[in-house]
Design a binder for this molecule. Structure first.
Ligand SMILES: O=C(O)CCC(=O)N[C@@H](CCC(=O)O)C(=O)O
Ligand SMILES: [Zn+2]
Length: 335
């Protein structure tokens, strides 16, 4: 029971397949806590601020630093050290993969949202549906200010330790306020995405108009091997949001913004990347460089240098195997 153990992560790892029983209790400061599913917890103050906030981590089971961060925030609320003033939904994304210490078991959960789970079977497909339902129910209560930060860590080293993917907004302007908020949280690099996807953050952005981001917070490490001090700025910003206190903003000129230039999908089993396996995220390549070979197809850098992000030739055929990014162009609308 969460009320007794006060440790959402331990509970989730101990029983990843089934919730003993739904739980509901009220904290001393009049916040109702509802445990709706495995790793699914809602905090609802009697008099909430205007913000509905979703924090998710562990959509990839081996990305442990953000899971530990979110668990610390939950403990802080349960123990009265953090006063929850907004409606807050906390999600530990893929409990079975967390127990296995793996990114995924059968399918990449972060490609199964916006209904894509209907084309798949297995625990990740079921979980995507359950997470979609939890977010839909949470946002259905009112049409206030909605945010969703989906917290991850990256597989390989990165020239920029912390960065966020800003999902495609179908022509709606990108928000300087959000970019400044993330910048002051230490996430000082933003990638503007220009296509719909099946990620969790795109789902919340597209379906509910939430300010939603995939946030990358350093490199994948096993539980217990993370340095929490590397996430202290993010923890401070999220705590301020939860407590409805003023947050900090980094001026936009101190944030580096990139456009996603190419989404390179793996088209066949013959797909190979044409740069070293240890090339870090944000390594730049000159115009015309061949980045990948896919059967008879060569994927090249365009007319200006492009930097690689998330290269991974081991993904399933049909999935994204690499992004490339370029410095943001002058024509992007910001508000
Ligand atoms: O390091 C990697 O190769 C992957 C890290 C990761 O899980 N990234 C997310 C980004 C999602 C997005 O584009 O919004 C993912 O691949 O799901
Ligand atoms: Zn991830």
């Amino acid at each position: 029971m969460l009320q007794k153990e006060q440790d959402l992560l331990a509970m989730t790892l101990a029983s990843p397949g089934k919730l003993d029983q739904p739980e509901r209790f009220t904290l001393a400061d009049d916040v109702t806590v509802s445990v709706d599913g495995v790793g699914i917890v809602r905090f609802e103050p009697a008099q909430p601020s205007e913000l509905d906030l979703v924090l998710s981590a562990g959509v990839h089971g081996n990305e442990t630093a953000p899971i530990e961060l979110v668990n610390t925030l939950v403990q802080g609320i349960l123990q009265g050290a953090i006063r929850c003033r907004c409606r807050l939904l906390v999600l530990l994304g893929n409990p079975h993969a967390m127990v296995a210490g793996q990114r995924e078991l059968e399918h990449n959960l972060n490609r199964l949202f916006s209904g894509a789970h209907r084309d798949y079977q297995g625990s990740e497909a079921d979980r995507a549906e359950e997470l979609e339902q939890a977010v839909s129910d949470f946002f259905a209560i009112r049409a206030g200010r909605r945010c969703h930060y989906d917290l991850h860590t990256a597989i390989r080293a990165s020239q920029r330790e912390k960065f966020a993917i800003y999902p495609y907004r179908h022509g709606r302007p990108w928000k300087r306020e959000q970019i400044g908020f993330l910048g002051a949280a230490g996430v000082d690099t933003i990638l503007l995405s220009h296509d719909p996807t099946h990620t969790f953050s795109y789902f919340s952005s597209d379906r509910f108009g939430a300010d939603a981001f995939t946030v990358e917070l350093g490199r994948v490490r096993p539980f217990g091997q993370n340095d929490p001090s590397r996430l202290s700025a993010l923890k401070a910003q999220l705590t301020a949001l939860i407590e409805d206190r003023p947050v900090s903003y980094l001026p936009q000129e101190q944030v580096t913004v990139f456009d996603v230039a190419q989404v390179i999908n793996k088209g066949s089993d013959a797909f190979t990347l044409c740069f070293p396996d240890d090339a870090a995220n944000f390594t730049a390549f000159e115009p015309g460089t061949v980045l990948a070979q896919d059967g008879g197809r060569a994927v090249r850098v365009g007319a200006q240098p492009e930097a690689i992000v998330f290269p991974n030739a081991k993904v399933a055929v049909g999935q994204r195997a690499c992004l490339t990014v370029v410095p943001v162009g002058p024509e992007q609308p910001f508000e």
